[in-house]
Design a protein around this ligand. Structure first.
Ligand code: HEM
Length: 394
């Protein structure tokens, strides 16, 4: 019988995760696997087990080690466990409230249309490269109060950290390290500038903020900036890729949102469930325990496969079908428990406006017949996504 990592990290699973998850649920929903060095990883895929793990951070810790993009300080608040974690969320949550996000909507819409303007009249584009990648960076710069002229630099760092241009592990690590140092230098300079010349952007409030009555330290500011950059760009790119592939392949479902754009928020929630773009999150076990009948040990790594939880037939009726009218959709695409996505209201704003404006301006589109779309594992981005659409005559 195959093991979870064999099924999960098989190249076919990246392109058809729902089938892989269904197989895992029926054959091996919880497993503990040892690698050649004797280190063990626990894999959780059932909705109930995933929720339990995410809601028990005292057992499933998020301490540093799981994510490394060349930063020298912990990513705040992702790599901080409760109770300390709460003080950072108290500081950051108001910055991402629905009201704050609503204030950004006109700018988000204008920037989205600027990206669309670059190719809408061409009858085609490389969606991943020309829309899903630059848009979240442009919107992130707006959120932070940074100049749009820094966009190209951001995109370079993104490539260097996510897909370094080398297959040699040492060289890859050196590229990541250089990018990490450049990002640190950039944020240190930008934070100093926002202290001298405050404006209405988020970076100004990070630069001049207080946590529990004392100024935010330089290390904390950098930890938050690094995390926002890491958490806020590729996640949105991946989600846009997944959604557009689905809508391109299912024209009759796409027609429903073109005819009635008010359905878009529900469509976004259902597609987040169906093709969960951040497929798994990492934890570390702090004590020996048992989960789903499997004994696990302190020090084990844990892959919490939220993508699998979102298509668990024990939790969702017709889990294997996409239903834009699904009544209760308690998907975990944004995580759960204390580390639930800080930026979910911003992400939802970005996604809604992007899907609205795209379909207003490009209601019909398709993936050329000869194209096979391949996705990356873990954070599900399309490696390349060419689209064509008919040009309407003036
Ligand atoms: C559709 C897009 C997004 C998805 C699917 C997503 C998904 C997630 C998930 C699954 C987690 C939980 C991680 C864990 O438990 O280890 C998370 C945490 C987080 N996300 Fe997002 N995210 C998205 C967009 C964003 C954006 C746009 C931002 C900010 C600009 C953001 C900022 C964060 C932060 C700061 C955390 C850590 C929260 C904490 O540790 O308390 N995310 N996100």
């Amino acid at each position: 019988m195959a093991s979870i990592p064999e099924i999960l990290f098989h190249p076919d699973a990246a392109n058809n995760p729902q089938e892989a998850y269904a197989r895992i649920h029926s054959e091996c929903p919880v497993t503990r696997e040892a690698d050649m060095n004797g280190n063990s990883t626990v894999y959780l895929t059932r909705y109930a087990d995933v929720m339990w793990a995410l809601k028990h951070p005292e057992v499933f810790s998020s301490a540093p080690g799981a994510v490394d993009i060349g930063q020298s300080q912990p990513l705040i608040p992702l790599q901080v466990d409760p109770p300390e974690h709460a003080k950072y969320r108290r500081f950051l949550d108001p910055e991402f409230s629905p009201r704050r996000m609503a204030e950004l909507e006109p700018d988000v819409r204008a920037l989205t249309n600027e990206v669309l303007d670059r190719f809408v009249d061409k009858g085609g584009c490389e969606f991943h490269q020309e829309f899903a990648t630059p848009l979240p960076s442009a919107l992130f710069l707006r959120l932070m109060g940074l100049p749009q002229s820094d966009l190209e630099m951001f995109l370079g760092w993104r490539d260097d950290t996510i897909r370094p241009a080398s297959s040699d592990p040492e060289e890859m690590s050196a590229i990541r390290d250089r990018a990490g140092k450049a990002i640190t230098a950039y944020f240190m300079e930008s934070l100093a500038e926002k202290t001298r010349n405050p404006d209405d952007g988020l970076l100004t409030r990070l630069a001049n903020g207080e946590i529990e009555g004392r100024p935010v330290t330089a290390e904390e500011k950098l930890g938050m900036c690094h995390l926002l950059l890491l958490a806020g760009l590729d996640t949105v790119t991946a989600t846009l890729d997944c959604m557009i592939v689905f809508l391109a392949r299912n024209p009759e479902m796409r027609a429903q949102i073109v005819a009635d754009p008010s359905r878009i928020p529900a469509v976004i929630e259902e597609l987040l469930r169906w093709d969960t773009p951040v497929a798994l999150v990492a934890r570390m076990l702090t004590s020996d325990t048992e989960i789903g009948g499997v004994e696990v040990k302190a020090g084990d790594g844990c892959a919490v496969v939220i993508g699998a939880a979102d298509v668990d037939a024990e939790e969702f009726e017709r889990a294997g079908s996409v239903d834009f009218d699904r009544p209760a959709n308690r998907h975990v695409a944004f995580g759960a428990g204390p580390h639930r996505c800080l930026g979910s209201h911003f992400a939802r704003l970005e996604l809604r406006v992007a899907i609205e404006e795209w379909h207003r301006r490009i209601p019909e589109y398709s993936i050329p017949d000869e194209v096979e779309v391949n996705f990356t594992p873990a954070i599900r981005q399309a490696m390349s996504l060419p689209l064509d659409w008919p040009l309407t005559k003036p």
